[in-house]
Design a protein around this ligand. Structure first.
Ligand code: S3P
Length: 438
């Protein structure tokens, strides 16, 4: 994966506008969870709207390697033949999760209570990412987990008997919350997880769809271990985090409007809308009446002048994957935008604060890195130039949208990893009006 990454490049000519109507690919977070919960459920789980991206296919391969039969009648349709809570078997080799942080962290939780050993690895980026945040609470439950200087390879010793935990998370992380909940399915007793601030709640919603009882009170989720999961239908909504690139593109250049159909608008994901509206964005969300466990809406955006803001820290976890593209909006906005309390961005697929600051500076935008955030002075003309994406899909796509602002052509290097979350991005970007060659 990393070998070809350096060879792929986007070339963009400045574009003046975007327009039209687009449908977003399926949600990555929900697609991962549908496979995992379907895998340990009794009976068949039918997933529609599945995201056929490298990250989700890594989860799919890992489950197949552990004995789950998964059919794909169509690209976006998946039928998971669940093996039941205790039906997984040892994979013959390390599970390679590629670039997928969600896959590795949730699987560590799922595998902590199995009878067999597992080893989990990934690509160069994943091998640099912190895993102790999940290993620590799971060890408290009785799991035996070795990390390598806190990172992958992660080795899980099978046969541990897990007991319930009351875990107060030191950080706002849906991946940590989900890993503990998945392990808690295998623990004796009732576990609780308390988060310092709300994070995406797809695991909680989907567990309920699979027949698991859990309660949520303020910031605490409580669930009894030992509950069986029943296969079900999962309709995966369009990925808000993919829509985010087009929402910002629309704010910058949709004079006649841009519509995004069937996008997941779970309120634990849509902090970007709040931030953009604070800047003066013109965004209309039209809920779909028949939304299921996850709310779905059409989003209509029209361009408008934006002004810089100070981002409330409470919004950070609700927009955690959208900061790269938000920084492009900040570069377009008049005045200063300040983000604080966002140190987590340094340990995503790349150091997103550093990568975005370097890219913005290369285009002539004045910005200053803060210990856990960034200050961006927006509203000045951007020049074209050369951007390094640091192999990070969201950095690459964000700078593609910046071609609505630049005076000259842009070259974005190392873009193969866009395939981890949004393989159709180049085609949809062109359909909206960006002049992108890949
Ligand atoms: C995710 C949670 C977030 C997010 C990631 C997907 C998930 O990570 O950045 O892309 O699916 O649970 P953290 O919860 O670690 O912030």
């Amino acid at each position: 994966m990393t070998g070809t990454a350096a060879k792929r490049r986007y070339r963009l000519q400045p574009s003046a506008s975007v327009r039209g109507e687009l449908r977003m690919p399926g949600d990555k977070s929900i697609s991962h969870r549908a496979l995992m919960l379907g895998g340990i459920a009794q009976g068949v789980t039918e997933v529609s709207g599945f995201l056929a991206s490298e990250d989700c296919l890594a989860t799919l391969s890992a489950l197949r390697a552990m004995g789950v039969t998964i059919e794909r009648p169509q690209q976006t349709q998946v039928r998971v033949h669940g093996v039941g809570r205790d039906g997984l078997s040892a994979a013959g080799a390390p599970l390679d999760l590629g670039n997928a942080g969600t896959a590795i962290r949730l699987l560590i939780g799922l595998l902590a209570g199995q009878r067999f050993d597992s080893t989990l690895i990934g690509d160069a980026s994943l091998m640099r990412r912190p895993m102790e945040r999940v290993a620590q609470p799971l060890r408290t439950m009785g799991a035996r987990i070795d990390t390598t200087d806190g990172k992958p390879p992660v080795h899980i010793h099978g046969g541990a008997s897990l007991s319930a935990i009351d875990y107060v998370m030191p950080m706002a992380s849906a991946q940590v919350k989900s890993a503990v909940l998945l392990a808690a399915l295998y623990a004796s007793g009732t576990s609780s997880v308390t988060e310092p601030a709300p994070t995406r709640d797809h695991t909680e919603r989907m567990l309920r769809d699979f027949g698991v009882e859990l309660t949520q009170q303020q910031r605490t989720v409580r669930m009894a271990g030992g509950q069986p999961l029943r296969g079900c239908r999962v309709e995966v909504p369009g990925d808000f985090s993919s829509a985010a690139f087009f929402i910002v593109a629309g704010c910058l250049g949709a004079r006649d409007g841009l519509t995004l159909r069937d996008v997941g608008v779970n309120p634990t994901r849509t902090g970007l809308l709040d931030m953009l509206r604070m800047m003066g964005a013109n965004i209309e969300v039209r809920p779909r009446a028949d939304s299921s466990a996850e709310p779905i809406a059409d989003i209509h955006v029209r361009s408008s002048p934006l002004r810089g803001i100070r981002v409330p820290e409470a919004l950070v976890p609700l927009a955690i994957d959208e900061f790269p593209i938000f920084f492009i909006a900040a570069a377009a906005a008049s005045g200063e935008t300040v983000v604080t309390g966002a140190g987590e961005l340094r340990v995503k697929e790349s150091d997103r604060l550093g990568a975005m600051a370097r890219g913005l500076q290369a285009l002539g935008v004045s910005c200053e890195l803060l210990p856990e955030g960034i200050r961006i002075i927006g509203g000045t003309p951007l020049r074209g130039g050369h951007i390094e994406s640091d192999g990070d899909h969201r950095i690459a796509m964000s700078f593609a949208v910046a071609s609505l602002l630049t005076a000259g052509p842009l070259e974005i290097d190392d873009v193969a990893n866009v395939g981890t979350s949004f393989p159709d991005f180049p085609a949809l970007a062109r359909a909206a009006g960006l002049k992108l060659e890949d």
